[in-house]
Design a protein around this ligand. Structure first.
Ligand code: ATP
Ligand code: MG
Length: 569
């Protein structure tokens, strides 16, 4: 490709409406343009990178036994009714009607559609295992689309679905995908960590998220400083913190005027925050009230709480009336005196506390001498708090560190959740009808591209890994109007392409400085400069983007030297 034919409109200034560096550099480098909120056009450079990432994904999916298919984006609501997710998916699903009034979703994911596809076709255990995947646009009406490709409303996802005859088979498929994901993220040049993850509303068994390490990420992962346990902050398992033993005091009501928050309570009674119990009152979509109690300095983990609530995808703060109807007093809540039958969860650590302070379900009043094991009745005691830096690893007890990251992929075991709901069965060895045992595996292609840039850039622009660079080498004649230079550059460009190197010839009549700046901004791994020295003395200058190193080669053997440099990148 010649730069004079390439549509790559670079911008002089950093766009001010973008927050993340990946987003800014993709706009400035002419990789993409915004079309609407959370929607983007890919320009030739951006699309080349996407295609390269996709081809690495394809290669690893095929090697692991996957077969590529393509399903429609438009999905009839009937399919989602079968699984129960037409109602459950909520506002994130984009919905529309055709001219006959039939309802559809713009697919946010494809479990339903693929289950419907195989249930009428795959009849025998002999046809299993089966792994089918597609790389396609997904639609999600995100609450806050932002950060460019990181959280958009239309985005490219690779989604693979596995079908097995039993759980053992499903686990083998899961392992294969887990390994393939590792290969993919290594090949695209990411520093990443697979972590145990919550399987959320999608349902099913266990799950891992592949998280690219980056301060720009929206996810936190908890990594043990000693053993190899690592989990998303939502998933990180926590054990009870056992306080020092104390003689149990009597429960006593004390006045705490206006102390309706933990901070005010701590000031009012002049006690350590670790002695307080904090309450959070939620309601589900079905308006069920869920009261949650954690130690004052801890935070409620809503993902963990959701495991104790049926048919709910989201929690909202409870209405005052609902709290009062259950016998609670907003700002002064306690499990003591709450109406029986109200779902009340107490965190493991809070439950172990001695002589703590909690609300008394009366305005401006708290209890002291609260000993939850003695005083709390009809409560569910469970791990329902967020991990904090320094919390103990559940496996070995060493402290956790919290690291920010970008979730680029996730693998789930689904079990028979969808196959049972949608009656997707096959005949087993004994001729009996069995539901498929499934798994699903997603990678965000655009988010992966953005994550690579977050990890690989400097003040001058992007530093692409060779495997996904829009072009591997740019050949820059210092003065393209000089015929000798242009000829020498064309020769090099042709020779590179003969060796199957993805090269760009920057034949624009721009000043050399402009072309060098663009090369750094766009981030080609190698720049070969052709100037008067090339013409007069046969010297070729090669600049490595990653290190800034400049190497001088002789025209006679530059090609083999360049190939070596590329191999070492
Ligand atoms: P998140 O928690 O970030 O909203 P998710 O867990 O809902 O993501 P999955 O359903 O696991 O996402 O989708 C698989 C992959 O698709 C994710 O790992 C991520 O890389 C990508 N992805 C999900 N939502 C978006 C989005 N709005 N924009 C871009 N990529 C996305
Ligand atoms: Mg996910």
């Amino acid at each position: 490709m010649r730069a004079t034919n390439l549509y790559a409109p670079t911008l002089r200034e950093m766009p001010s409406d973008a927050e993340l560096i990946s987003h800014k550099l993709m706009l400035r480098g002419g990789f993409m343009r915004k079309s609407a909120n959370g929607m983007y056009n890919f320009l030739p450079l951006g699309w080349k990178v996407i295609k390269k990432i996709e081809n690495i994904i394809r290669d690893e999916m095929d090697k692991a036994g996957g077969q590529e298919i393509m399903m429609p984006i438009l999905q009839p609501s009937e399919l989602w009714e079968e699984s129960g997710r037409w109602a459950a998916y909520g506002e994130e699903m984009m919905r529309l009607k055709d001219r006959h009034g039939h309802s559809y979703s713009l697919g946010p994911t494809h479990e339903e559609m693929i289950t419907a596809l195989v249930r009428n076709e795959v009849r025998s255990y002999k046809q299993l295992p089966l792994m089918l995947y597609q790389i396609q646009d997904k639609f999600r009406d995100e609450r806050r689309p932002r950060f460019g490709l990181m959280r958009s409303r239309e985005f490219i996802m690779k989604d693979l679905y596995s079908f097995d005859k039993d759980e053992a088979g499903m686990n083998i498929s899961y392992e294969k995908m887990y390994k393939a994901y590792g290969n993919i993220f290594t090949r695209v040049g990411l520093k990443y960590r697979p972590v145990e993850a919550d399987n959320g509303a999608i349902g099913g068994g266990h799950s891992h998220e592949f998280t690219a390490i980056s301060d720009a990420g929206e996810s936190f992962i908890a990594c043990c400083t000693k053993c190899d346990y690592a989990a998303s902050d939502e998933k990180a398992e926590l054990k009870a913190i056992i306080p020092e033993n104390e003689t149990e005091e009597e429960l006593k009501k004390v006045p705490t005027p206006n102390a309706h928050t933990i901070d005010l309570l701590v000031k009012c009674l002049n006690i350590p925050i670790e002695k307080t119990i904090k309450a959070v009152a939620y309601q589900t979509e079905q308006d069920e009230l869920v009261l949650v109690f954690v130690r004052g300095d801890h935070d409620v983990n809503e993902a963990k709480v959701l495991h104790f609530v049926e048919n709910a995808r989201e929690l909202r703060m409870a209405d005052e009336d609902a709290i009062k109807a259950a016998g609670g007093c907003p700002g002064f809540m306690s499990p003591i005196g709450i109406k029986k039958g109200t779902k009340t969860l107490v965190d493991l650590t809070a439950y172990e506390m001695k002589n703590a302070v909690s609300g008394a379900n009366e305005v401006d009043t708290h209890y002291t001498g609260v000993n939850p094991k003695r005083d709390f009745k009809n409560v569910i005691v469970a791990d329902i708090r967020m991990v904090k830096e320094g919390d103990a690893c559940p496996r070995c007890g060493a402290p956790f560190t919290l690291t920010r990251g970008i979730e680029v992929g996730q693998v789930f075991t689904l079990g028979t959740k969808y196959s049972e709901a949608m009656k997707a069965t096959f005949l087993d060895e004994n001729g009996k009808d069995k539901p498929f045992v499934m798994g699903c595996y997603g990678i965000g292609v655009g988010r992966t591209m953005a994550a690579i840039i977050e990890q690989k850039h400097d003040e001058n622009g992007i530093i692409w890994p060779l495997s996904v660079a829009p072009f591997e080498v740019v050949v820059v004649p210092v003065n393209a109007k000089n015929e000798d230079q242009l000829k020498a550059a064309e020769k090099i460009y042709d020779e590179l392409r003969e060796k199957n190197i993805d090269a760009l010839l920057d034949d624009r009549a721009e000043r050399a400085g402009v072309k060098f700046k663009d090369a750094d901004l766009i981030g080609y791994p190698l720049r070969i400069t052709v100037g008067p020295k090339t013409v007069d003395e046969g010297i070729v200058e090669v600049k490595i983007r990653k290190t800034g190193d400049i190497k001088l080669f002789n025209m006679d053997n530059y090609l083999s030297e360049v190939l070596k440099v590329l191999e070492d990148l």
